[in-house]
Design a protein around this ligand. Structure first.
Ligand code: PLP
Length: 369
């Protein structure tokens, strides 16, 4: 996709914030517990390569991604660390994974049997067995299946049984009942495991922040690295999470609307009096959602309402007074002591900050500070 480098709209990524969020969690881990940085979805919108570089410096010893292509992007950029693909990759790609030393998530013995026919004789594929303890997404559901699969792996030189893991559905909630149910199922699986692989891991950000006792020997650290609280506002993180992403632009057009004049598609907003209005070069094609009509941005520390429908590439705001073209505008971040967080944007859209962060499209220029 074309990146907008000739317009003033940009995502500003604070590298020191990401470093802090990773190093602070790394410092809390027990000796011997590794941190794999989750950089899927373009590093949650922050830039996969840039985040991986910062994570490496902050102490991450491996990476997790969602799909094989993201793993290949890291390999092409020269990252040599272990990489785990968290989603199910079709077994037809097993040989590509093995050739690039990329570890596969496996949730059935059938997957292994198909992959065994595809792997070249001189390739060995590292696999992590996913256990479904209550997420209901991927993974073995019964200890008996796990036992049979581990026995199969023992007999097949084509595979290296490198890891075993599960994923919690409610590690970010104050009510821990469901989390504990998942722990019980995890323990039942562990009882049938004849030997522990190199990596035993159960923790996303929320689990590591609030249930560190069950971390295993590696954590899959995602959203907290970007300075976002995995629970939203329900739980307080054990250290300050520093948000890394801001979104800024500049006014490209300013005018006074006469009372009674309407704004944007559908003419859903009509000026109640003579009003100063600025047009901003950002819209829903940048991932700034159409639902944000009525939300606000910051101009010189003042909250200014988004009036009329958000268009594909532009939106309009009401100003408290006349401002010159070129005046800076903050859509996410701090401005003169006021703040709009990704959480605020997410609350307004009725979603979570994860979706807002990774919904910003490639058209938005990313500037690293
Ligand atoms: N582990 C798995 C299996 C995941 O799917 C994810 C993200 O969705 C993570 C870890 C990282 O989660 P978080 O970003 O909440 O830390």
């Amino acid at each position: 996709m074309t990146i907008g480098i000739h317009r003033p709209t940009q995502l500003v990524i604070d590298q020191a914030a990401i470093y802090h969020n990773i190093a602070a969690e790394k410092a809390r881990l027990k000796p011997g517990v590794e941190l794999f940085q989750v950089v899927k979805a373009n590093g949650y919108g922050h830039g996969i390569i840039q985040v991986a570089r910062i994570a490496e410096k902050a102490g991450a010893t491996g990476f997790c991604v969602a799909i094989l292509d993201e793993a290949l992007t890291l390999r092409e950029a020269g990252f040599m660390q272990p990489i785990l693909v968290l989603g199910i990759t079709e077994p037809q790609y097993a040989d590509i994974m093995a050739a690039h030393h990329i570890s596969a998530t496996v949730g059935s013995i059938d997957w292994l049997k198909t992959a065994a026919n595809i792997l070249s004789a001189d390739h060995q594929l590292a696999v992590h067995l996913a256990l479904d303890t209550g997420m209901g997404r991927i993974g073995f559901q019964h200890p008996a299946e796990l036992r049979a699969t581990v026995q199969y792996l023992d007999e097949q030189a084509q595979f290296n049984f490198e890891g075993i893991f599960t994923h919690f559905a409610k590690a970010d909630a104050a009510d821990t009942a469901y989390f504990e149910q998942q722990i019980d199922r995890w323990k039942a699986f562990m009882e049938v495991l004849p030997k522990r692989p190199k990596y035993v891991h159960v923790s996303n950000s929320a689990t590591s922040l609030w249930h560190a006792a069950c971390n295993g020997n590696m954590i899959r650290y995602g959203v907290a690295a970007y300075g976002l609280n995995p629970s939203g506002t329900e739980l307080t993180a054990p250290f300050t999470l520093k948000p890394a992403m801001s979104l800024t632009t500049k006014m490209v057009y300013v005018k006074q609307l006469p009372k009674g004049y309407s704004v944007s598609y559908g003419a859903t907003y009509t000026a109640q009096q003579d009003e100063w209005v600025a047009t901003l070069p950002i819209g829903y094609a940048d991932g700034y959602e159409r639902r944000l009509q009525g939300f606000h941005v910051l101009v010189n520390g003042d909250f200014c309402e988004i009036i009329g429908r958000v268009c594909m590439d532009q939106l309009m705001i009401r100003l408290p007074r006349q401002y010159p073209v070129g005046t800076p505008v903050t859509l996410v971040g701090e401005d003169h002591g006021q703040q709009i967080s990704l959480q605020d944007v997410a609350d307004y859209c009725g979603t979570i900050h994860y979706e807002i962060a990774c919904g910003f499209t490639q058209r938005l220029k990313r500037t690293y500070i």
